[in-house]
Structures are given as structure tokens and as C-alpha cells.
Write a protein that binds this ligand. Sequence first.
Ligand SMILES: [Zn+2]
Length: 402
Amino acid sequence: MNQDIAHVSERPLLLTGLKIWDGNSYHAGDSIRIEGRRITALGAMDELSAGCDIRSLPGITAIPGLIDAHVHMELDPENRKPPAFTDPSVYPGMLTRAQAMVRAGITTARDLGGGAWLEMRLRDEIKADEALGPRLLCAGQPITIPNGHCHFWGGHAETPDEALMVLERQVAHQADLIKVMATGGQMTPGSQPKDSQYPESTLRSIVARASEHDLSVAAHCHGTDGIRNAANAGVLTIEHCSWVGPDGWGANYDPEVAATIAANQLWVSPTINRGWQRYLRAENPKPLARVRANFAAMRDAGVRFIASTDAGIPGVFHHHLPQALDVFARVTQFSAEQVLRSATSNAADALGLGAETGRLASGLSADLVLLDGDPLIDLGTLSRPVGVWARGIEIQPSVDAA
Ligand SMILES: [Zn+2]
């Protein structure tokens, strides 16, 4: 751990004078007590201050540490070409990216694919305080068809039996969940986003085997057919959920499939990154209207969302979730509070971490961000953190204006 920018307080610490948004709503108290790695109380200062170092923070809002539900630690966003294989020399870059994330207030992230399980090594080093970064959940090699989306990571499988072999290989490498490419994607030449890669039956076998290992399944899905297969098969999260069909991006929304997603209590992880600003600036308003209509229809059907960026793909930086959340709200016209829940309490629940993080509450991990202003009034404040704690480690925040 880098002592210049991070340390754990020896004595109980009381942050006071705060406005507190706890992951769901405003909290009546103005103080948060941190002891070691945990939040041990929320409330009024006079009730909590005994024995504490006190830090008075008028005008500051505390929120839970942010969660990005879809990143690729291995990928360097400056690199425009997909890697042919994973070169272990990328590891120092992964350490740098992890540090940038936590300094931007991202205290948890889910890694949805790499080729050499380097993200598991990073996860374990962070957990052991040997590296600075967010708590990571890692999928390892995504299951994909031969020459299919991201096949270069080594998880290719044609038949159900081959798919289960790939799955078991990830389990052997201590995967926290399983990722499957239910449709093609954009990053791989020859792969089409609208095309399904597996029938529903294969996805069902993957979900069943994963659940024997107590693991959930995240399914990459652009095309509507693939979304339908994944939703019917009972994966936990639908990544992208782009509703692509013969008529293009977002053009094949299917209300029956959305109803299945809601009824099966799945989560949509829409990977809205900062680059989606292009929808707001575009001269042709049709794509924005289509995206907005799809999100409104999903929400009205009872679909739940978790924030995600697909960080690591070209131009999408790992520490830009705060900016992406502002774009998420503007593109979808969801409220700031709904978007913030998708990056805190809802994301933690979806990732199975609700008893550990995602909320400001006594007993949970001390994962929090301090902001100069109120993000419910202006999500832009998320980009300017003035304090960050990750698993009780106080971290020097960074402001990235780029
Ligand atoms: Zn991805």
C-alpha cells in the first residue's frame, strides 16, 4: 500500500457536519463514525463523538463508495486494437488503473473478462493491502464460441460440454462469477452484435453448473434474440442490453423479453460510459429518442439497473464512472437518485455484496466518498471528490478534469 496517499486511522474517526445520502435516501444524522475497516455508527455528533478524532466537514455530502459493475482491468483504453493474447507485462498498467479508480471514489468493481486471470491476482493483492484499488469480483475468461466475441481470451467453446469445461477452468482460478458471451460484439472482427452465439439450452447448462458452485452468470447481450435466450435461461445480469436487430441499435425492443427480465428479477447493466454524450450532441435526434424510449419502457416494466461502463474498451477509462453517471442520467432522463442507487445500493445487492458495501450503515465496510456539494442536485459533483475511504483506508482523492 502506498503510505503517501492511503492509510487506516489508528483511532475511531468521526466525520461530522455532513449531509448524508446513505445509498437509498438522505439520513437524518450528520455524523459517520469509522473504526478500523468499518462504519460503526451514523447519527448526531454529541451521541457519537466520545473517544473519536473529529473532522468537521460543513457543506460536504457523504455517499457510499461507487460500484462499476462492468470493467476489464486488463484492457488499456489507450489501445485501439483488441489484444491477440494476454501478455503478463500488462500487469503494472492494471495496478495504475486500480489506483486511479479508487482515488476517483470507485471502491468496488466487477471485472467481466480477461485472458490470463491477472485480474484475480490484482483482486487478491488489493484484498491483502499489497495494492491500492477497489474491491474486485472477477469472471476470468468469458465463455464464447470459436472465433466469437473476445475469443482471444481463450474461453472458446462450441458445445455445452466444452462450455462447462471453460466454466470449470474459471472456477479453478477462483472466479467470483461466470461471464458468457450470449451474442456477438463490436470488439472482435467477424463477430456481429445482433447475432446469438448460443441457444437457450446451452445458457441454461451454464447457469445450472455455475449455481452448483454458488456463482452467478453475467451475459453479454447486444441482440434481442440473445437477450431473450439469456433472460429465459436465468442469468443474473444482462450486460449492454442493446436491443439490436435487423434494423440496427436499439431498434428491436421486445416488451415480452423486458417482462421476463423483470419477472425473473434480473438486472440490466447498460454499460453507459462517458462517450454516450455523443447521443446528446448528435445532430440526428432519432437514436437518442430510441434509447430513451427503451430505457423508459424497461423501467416501467419493472426492470432494475446497475451502473457500468465497460471500462478498458478503447477510450473508456477505468476512473470515469463518476462522469458516466451524469451522462447516464442525462441520456435516460432517470433521476439523479435512481442513477446513484444503481451505482451504490442496487449494484451491491446485484453483486451479492449488500451486507458488505453499497450503503452507509453501521456494520458495513467503510467505503465512502465525500463531495463538495450535493450529487442529488448536481451529479457533476461526483467528478470532484474531496475524500475517499475504501475498506477503511483513507485515500487521497484525485480530480480528473480530462
Ligand atoms: Zn465488456
